[in-house]
Ligand binder design. Structure first.
Ligand code: ADP
Ligand code: GLC
Length: 477
């Protein structure tokens, strides 16, 4: 049995802004089911929603500050969660990373550097809990300084660093190196320095014993200039200690047959019930109720990564076709405004909700016929897996985890019953439009459509296999 300290800046259902939370809330559960001794460690944000009891565990003095470590459990599981309690840095309202205007909290470098330092103390058992992990598993830039700082310790645990998104690197001005009081030996171009900036993510990429990312295809993509953001050389250099392990999904939360957010539960055996969710979705969005018209859905951060600009370019033509489109998301204010304007122009065809709404996200996955995910890059992506599980055909661009989890509808895949979605190559509006037209043709052939739905619903997206891969990796270190 391995002792694993899983370090993350968000974990569903405690606190969530995106897919990192889904993974941090479900992979540790899967590892616990494989009988591993795993603990999550996370900052104690004001908005964190613990449902199990919280108790004081121990105190640490780090950087002349008093830090308390509290203990709770991940809701509805036996996974232990350690909360790093330092109200001066974490008792802020709302989002863990940005203020109400969407601007990063001004002291993010200090906040997450302190978090990293505390995790190092916990990993070295300087709180005297008689629990020292074999492996510290870090996730994304917020945890990047941990492998760097641990590299300076004797008799340290092994470190794994998982990249969920290369686009977010935690880059700060050089002056922060002194402010954060970082050890001088880490500060050089082969260390934390990146073009005269302090790079949190480099701490993970340079100093961890092994780097993973969340799909095999993305692991290759980030070694190229197009996806590597200037770090492709370093990643290529580390290619023998870099690998992709595809994310699973939490089947307790995402199962159409038990999903408590759905007015009508359904399964392969009762697929007709899916239609009732479609009607409910149309009503919720004040679109005309019509079982026949193909209903397209989209959920996500409205940023360029997700190909929202491609959708904007397609929408005028798309909305002249016989279809409906519902969208839930928030992000770039320019996209939000453009989308709202279009919805006003086509009230019978398109409706959207700007904001975050978990229940509605489940209903969109259940009630839509087609899910749009034309990402420019996608380390893994979860919604395309939720879609397939919910009998909703995803249209995806062939990149990252989308390429690894959706099988395109081609003569061969139709014949051998593996087709589960529509995949296009080029990041252009014309390729996306073509994919949409292909979807409409397939939708008009109910038997083929149903076959694809069932193929997707029966695919194994559970964590089992990927959790075993992580375990094999921990064992190898
Ligand atoms: P990313 O992490 O890049 O945003 P993923 O597909 O990995 O993309 O995960 C996004 C997660 O966040 C999914 O669980 C998705 O349903 C959820 N999500 C994104 N935007 C919203 C929203 N506006 N309301 C509810 N859930 C959302
Ligand atoms: C990131 C990526 C997304 C991935 C998620 C969880 O937010 O953008 O593709 O699914 O992390 O790994």
């Amino acid at each position: 049995m391995k002792k694993i300290l899983f370090v993350t800046s968000e974990a569903h259902p405690l606190i969530k802004t995106g897919g990192l939370a889904d993974v941090s809330g479900s992979l540790p559960k899967a590892l616990a089911e494989l009988d591993q001794d795993i603990r999550i460690i996370i900052p104690n944000y004001q908005a964190l929603k613990a449902t199990e009891s919280v108790r004081f565990l121990f105190s640490l003095r780090v950087d002349n500050r008093n830090i308390n470590i509290l203990e709770t459990k991940l809701p509805d599981s036996k996974v232990i969660v350690w909360l790093v309690d330092y109200p001066t840095f974490f008792n802020y309202p709302g989002n863990p990373y940005v203020d109400e205007f969407g601007e990063p909290w001004v002291n993010n470098a200090e906040r997450f550097a302190l978090f990293c330092r505390v995790v190092v103390e916990v990993a070295m058992d300087r709180g005297y809990q008689d629990w020292k992990p074999d492996v510290v598993h870090c996730n994304d830039w917020q945890t990047g300084l941990i492998p760097a700082l641990l590299s300076l310790e004797h008799d340290r645990p092994a470190t794994v660093f998982t990249i969920h998104n290369m686009a977010y690197q935690g880059l700060y001005p050089v002056s922060d190196v002194a402010l954060l009081n970082l050890p001088g030996q880490l500060w050089h171009p082969e260390g934390l320095e990146f073009h005269n900036h302090l790079s949190f993510i480099k701490g993970g990429l340079v100093y961890s014993d092994f780097i993973t990312t969340v799909s095999p295809t993305y692991a290759l993509e980030i070694q190229t200039a197009e996806y590597g953001y200037g770090l492709e050389g370093l990643l290529e250099y580390r290619k023998d200690t870099l690998g992709g392990i595809i994310n699973g999904i939490d089947l307790d939360q995402w199962d159409p047959n038990t999903d408590t957010y759905l007015p009508h539960k359904f399964s392969v055996a009762a697929l007709d019930q899916k239609l009732l969710n479609k009607t409910e979705l149309q009503t919720r969005f004040s679109l005309p109720s019509n079982e026949k018209v193909p209903l397209f859905g989209l959920i996500g951060r409205l940023v360029e990564q997700k190909g929202i600009d491609l959708i904007m370019d397609c929408l005028p033509e798309m909305l002249n076709m016989d279809l409906q489109f519902v969208l839930l998301g928030s992000g770039d204010k320019v996209f939000e405004k453009q989308l709202q304007d279009l919805a006003l122009q086509y009230p019978d065809k398109m409706a959207l909700k700007i904001g975050y709404d978990e229940g509605l996200a489940h209903l969109i996955e259940a009630g839509s016929d087609v899910f749009l995910m034309p990402s420019r890059f996608e380390p893994c992506g979860l919604n395309q897996m939720y879609s397939q599980r919910y009998g909703t055909i995803p249209i995806v661009r062939k990149t990252g985890g989308l390429a690894d989890t959706v099988t395109d509808t081609l003569p061969e895949s139709i014949l051998n019953n593996t087709a589960s979605g529509i995949v296009f190559n080029e990041a252009s509006a014309s390729s996306l439009l073509e994919a949409i037209k292909r979807a409409l043709i397939l939708y008009s052939i109910p038997d083929s459509w149903k076959k694809m739905q069932i193929t997707g619903m029966e695919k194994d997206f559970s964590w089992q296999k990927s959790a075993e891969e992580y375990l094999a990796l921990y064992d190898s270190l």
